[in-house]
Design a protein around this ligand. Structure first.
Ligand code: BEZ
Length: 217
């Protein structure tokens, strides 16, 4: 087993670029994701039960991701033929169609580039990774799950809304924040700002921990 720590993309890095075959055709990643939010997610293998529930979950929430200007891109270390057969199988069995592209990473190049191949977990299957990438192409949030535990779609959607909300209103968001709840105002940088804060209608725990309502839109 590999004992060195491989380099992996980090929050704040530009999403590494690649070209690959997908279920919707050839993709140059940087061009496909240009000016859009993107969720790039890997799964261990086609025709496996947990993966089928997860991919179906993304497909069933396609409208949510469209409404949040977010492209979905799936990946596993399987051939394009296996992907197409699996998409067809799930559609026939459940009526759910995976419309988003699924990368056929048969040479593992994208999995390695994104640290999705974690040899302590599996030498041949990608772990369940989720990369949230902003319209500037920057990685903003990363999740990694092991092979035997499925992800939480509600948390994926909450995290996406939280990132978009934090950007739009230039705020931070507290523990367990959900849409409609108050946001954290950045701490004051001067004594003058600290004193001004006392006159504000912020909910103040102390001068450095203040919350405010966000406008509805
Ligand atoms: C699954 O998706 O069910 C799965 C895939 C690889 C290992 C274990 C479970």
């Amino acid at each position: 087993m590999e004992t060195t720590t491989p380099s992996m993309p980090r929050i704040g890095d530009l999403a590494p670029d690649f070209e690959s075959m997908t279920t919707t055709g050839k993709m140059k990643f940087s061009e496909y994701i240009k000016d859009s939010w993107t969720i790039l997610f890997s799964h261990p293998a086609d025709f496996t039960p947990v993966c089928t529930t997860e991919m179906s979950g993304f497909a069933l929430d396609q409208k949510f991701f469209d409404e949040h200007q977010t492209k979905l891109v799936g990946l596993s270390i399987d051939s394009i033929h296996a992907h197409i057969a699996w998409v067809n199988n799930v559609k026939k069995n459940t009526g759910v169609l995976f419309e988003f592209p699924i990368i056929a990473d048969i040479d593992m190049s994208v999995s390695k580039l994104y640290g999705m191949l974690q040899p302590g977990e599996s030498e041949t299957a990608a772990v369940r990774a989720v990369f949230f990438i902003d319209p500037a192409g920057k990685i903003r949030l990363i999740m990694y799950y092991p092979l035997n535990v499925g992800r939480n779609m509600e948390e994926i959607k909450r995290a996406l809304i939280a990132l978009q909300t934090a950007d739009k209103h230039k705020v931070a968001l507290p523990l367990n924040w959900t849409p409609g709840e108050k946001a954290i105002v950045p701490p004051p940088k001067t004594v003058e700002e600290m004193i001004a804060r006392e006159e504000s209608d912020y909910e103040m725990v102390d001068f450095y921990l203040a919350k405010k309502e966000l406008p509805l839109n």
